[in-house]
Ligand binder design. Structure first.
Ligand SMILES: Cc1cc2nc3c(=O)[nH]c(=O)nc-3n(C[C@H](O)[C@H](O)[C@H](O)COP(=O)(O)OP(=O)(O)OC[C@H]3O[C@@H](n4cnc5c(N)ncnc54)[C@H](O)[C@@H]3O)c2cc1C
Length: 545
């Protein structure tokens, strides 16, 4: 098979080898979100010859659109789902240990107001249990004056203070990338923009898949001893080739992104929405303040990126107005938005979306293993369930795993990087592992400085373009980095610098660049800005020339 670089295998070479046929693969993994990446990691660890394919970009689905919290999920404990909470907090602590800088602890303040349920006593008891499950003791009570100092302008109406606890925050798309890179480093293969069009079957048994290279239009039949569909909210589609059952209830969640200067928050604030009493978070992320999320049936098609609706914008702004009445936050303050579709295993359409369980499920149908549901946080455990189901169905030689760690321990330390800021060095190692050092050799010194108002640098863009399977400008701005989500107007001001990088690293000429800018701005306008926001795109198009 083709040589892998510091990042992914050479795409064209790998595709040519697929066209030439050869021995069946041990396993094909369908879906390049966090669960597919987790399955790939476990399969590679066991010595399987395994290929992952993703119909769009890696992490294009729900795994780049979450609330970025690697968390135990307090609501599960409150609803008595002790096992889910225990698994999640333990996985959270494991990830914190394994990849600091990518997964970091964050403080959460749950506001307490008179007449609110649960009250301080019960909440405190839940948090004691929550902390005990994780083997930590971080929760405590903050009184109203302290809370008012920490969150200037917070609504004082019936405010009785807050209970503080800790969970963690991450960059979900980079988490997927890092898991994929670990898998590739362990001998696995991964291709983005390749869709499984249909399954190959022989006497009702799955024998492989028809792959469609979305970029070139080519198709190839690939044989495999087992196929795992980790297609999240799309899971019914492939599964329905063998079983007509519909099990996925796609539920949309959306977020608003504001400049930190308009609504400064040091940590996450968890509040009950004044209308439906759902918990919603106002939290710091990548130098911005994010508000989310909503939870409603997603009835739009699954081939388009999900988009925030007018009603969701109003709902989230209503929460901010109620919590921070003096800030006068309006639609004009919104930098960007994002929406994702939760792959929830539906129980009853009549049930309130927020009452649906968030557990995962694994189904086996004629040799196809389908895994869906669950959380970003518990991806390793979900992947293990899927792998075990696949290995139970097919006789395959596997290696006994010698370690449970998802991430190999980096040899590079923050002191090895040519940067003075230790926290930034740690962040880069969390995201790139040992490649964090090589990142600084890719371009000039000016590219190795954080871009104003962010913790990203242009060297990361150059690195991604060279090593991280970037095929389109949106891959670079929305998933390899999150610059398109956190800078005004989809990071339009950066387009001239990126033009040079893309020309040098990807060989894009003027017409390709223009086509990429058009594609990116159209996509950003439709799915990452407020509904009907055309103004920014017109200006950005001018900047890109
Ligand atoms: C708004 C929101 C907030 C959330 N917040 C959190 C949170 O804070 N913490 C947390 O732990 N969890 C959170 N979650 C849940 C978490 O994000 C998801 O459970 C998780 O990302 C799902 O991962 P996945 O790999 O199953 O699905 P996805 O990430 O959607 O991956 C599935 C992939 O399969 C691909 N695919 C589909 N069909 C094919 C095909 N035929 N061929 C090839 N590829 C195909 C899709 O393109 C997609 O990329 C949140 C979810 C939402 C929507």
């Amino acid at each position: 098979m083709s040589e892998s670089t510091a990042g992914f295998p050479q795409r064209d070479a790998l595709w040519r080898e697929l066209e030439q046929g050869g021995e069946p693969w041990d396993m094909i993994v369908v879906g390049g979100g966090i669960i597919g990446a987790g399955v790939l990691r476990e399969a590679a660890r066991r010595g399987l010859r395994v290929l992952l394919v993703e119909q769009r970009d890696f992490a294009w689905g729900t795994s780049s659109r979450s609330s970025k919290m690697v968390h135990g999920g307090l609501r599960y404990i409150a609803s008595g789902d002790i096992k889910l909470t225990r698994d999640a907090v333990r996985e959270r602590e494991r990830l914190l240990r394994e990849a600091p800088g990518l997964i970091d602890r964050m403080g959460y303040y749950f506001t307490l107001r008179r007449g609110q349920f649960p009250g301080r006593f019960l909440f405190n008891a839940l948090l004691s249990l929550y902390d005990r499950m994780a083997g930590i003791r971080n929760h405590r009570y903050f009184d109203t004056p302290t809370l008012q100092r920490l969150f200037a302008g917070i609504n004082k109406d019936r405010l009785k203070g807050a209970l503080y606890y800790t969970d963690t925050v991450t960059d979900d798309a980079r988490l997927v990338l890092r898991v994929l890179q670990e898998s590739v480093g362990a001998g696995a293969y991964a291709l983005n923009y390749v869709r499984v069009e249909s399954l190959l079957q022989e006497e009702g048994q799955v024998r492989g898949a028809v792959l469609h290279n979305v970029e070139s239009g080519a198709r190839v039949e690939v044989l495999a001893k087992s196929v795992i569909s980790a297609t999240g909210a799309w899971a019914d589609r492939l599964r329905n080739e063998l079983n007509p059952e519909k099990r996925i209830r796609p539920l949309r969640g959306s977020h608003l992104v504001l400049p930190m200067s308009r609504l400064p928050v040091c940590d996450a604030l968890a509040v009950f929405h004044p209308v439906d009493k759902r918990p919603v978070f106002i939290f710091p992320w990548e130098g911005t303040t994010v508000i989310g999320t909503t939870d409603l049936d997603h009835n739009e098609g699954m081939d388009e990126e999900p988009t925030i609706s007018e009603e969701e914008v109003d709902y989230l702004l209503q929460l901010v107005h109620w919590q921070f009445p003096e800030h006068n936050i309006s639609r004009d303050d919104v930098i960007s938005t994002w929406s994702g579709v939760r792959p929830v295993i539906g129980s009853d359409k009549a049930l309130d979306p927020s009452k649906e369980r968030r557990d995962h499920a694994v189904w086996c149908d004629g040799g196809l293993v389908t895994v869906s549901g669950g959380k970003l946080t518990t991806f390793r455990l979900i992947a293990l369930d899927a792998i075990n189901a696949a290995l139970g169905a097919v006789d395959m030689q596997t290696r006994e795993p010698t370690s449970e760690a998802v991430f190999s321990e980096p040899k590079v330390t923050p002191g090895d990087l040519p940067v003075a800021d230790v926290a930034w060095a740690k962040r880069l190692i969390g995201r790139y592992g040992d490649s964090a050092l090589a990142l600084f050799d890719t371009g000039g010194a000016d590219e190795a400085q954080p871009i104003d108002g962010t913790q990203f640098c242009l060297a990361e863009c150059r690195w991604a373009a060279r090593h991280e399977a970037v095929l389109h400008l949106d891959d670079l701005l929305l998933r390899r980095t999150r610059l398109g989500c956190i800078l005004a107007e989809g990071a339009a001001d950066l387009l001239p610098a990126l033009k040079t990088i893309c020309a040098e690293e990807l060989g894009w000429d003027e017409s390709r660049w223009q086509a990429e800018v058009e594609r990116y701005l159209e996509l950003w306008q439709r799915h990452y800005s407020l509904p009907g926001q055309a103004r920014a795109v017109e200006r950005a198009a001018g900047t890109a020339q």
